[in-house]
Write a protein that binds this ligand. Structure first.
Ligand code: TYC
Length: 116
């Protein structure tokens, strides 16, 4: 839990002015919430060409050829691998883009998201 700036409201009684003995602590900094993050994962299969998976990683995840090849081989060897970490809406868009593009090219490639 992070410390927040506080301001006293009410009258606790100080110096020569007696108070009613109650005070309320109010937030002085607007409260912000960090968004939840989601991993986007590629799943291995026996049919999608390696070159197609590399293209997906370059096109939708802004990976250079070397990073894309490394991630593709990780998925190929381990069954699953991370393409990136995003907020919910961005992750959902990436999954849809990959699934639509793969279907258009008649590849069975699967892409999913999971909460971190
Ligand atoms: N296993 C596939 C092949 O040997 C390559 C592949 C890699 C497929 C990663 C999907 O997410 C994947 N052609």
């Amino acid at each position: 839990m992070k410390a927040i700036g506080v301001r006293m409201q009410g009258n606790e009684g100080s110096g020569d002015t007696p108070g009613r003995g109650t005070s309320v602590i109010t937030r002085t900094k607007p409260k912000t919430k960090k968004p939840s993050l989601y991993r986007v994962l590629l799943l291995n299969d026996d049919y999608t060409p390696m070159e197609f998976v590399i293209h997906i990683l370059e096109r939708f995840f802004q990976k250079d050829r070397e990073a894309a090849t490394r991630i593709m081989l990780h998925v190929h060897n381990h069954g699953v691998g991370e393409c990136g970490v995003f907020t919910y809406e961005v992750a959902e868009t990436k999954v849809t883009q990959v699934m639509d593009f793969s279907r258009q090219h008649q590849h069975p490639l699967q892409c999913v998201m999971e909460k971190k």
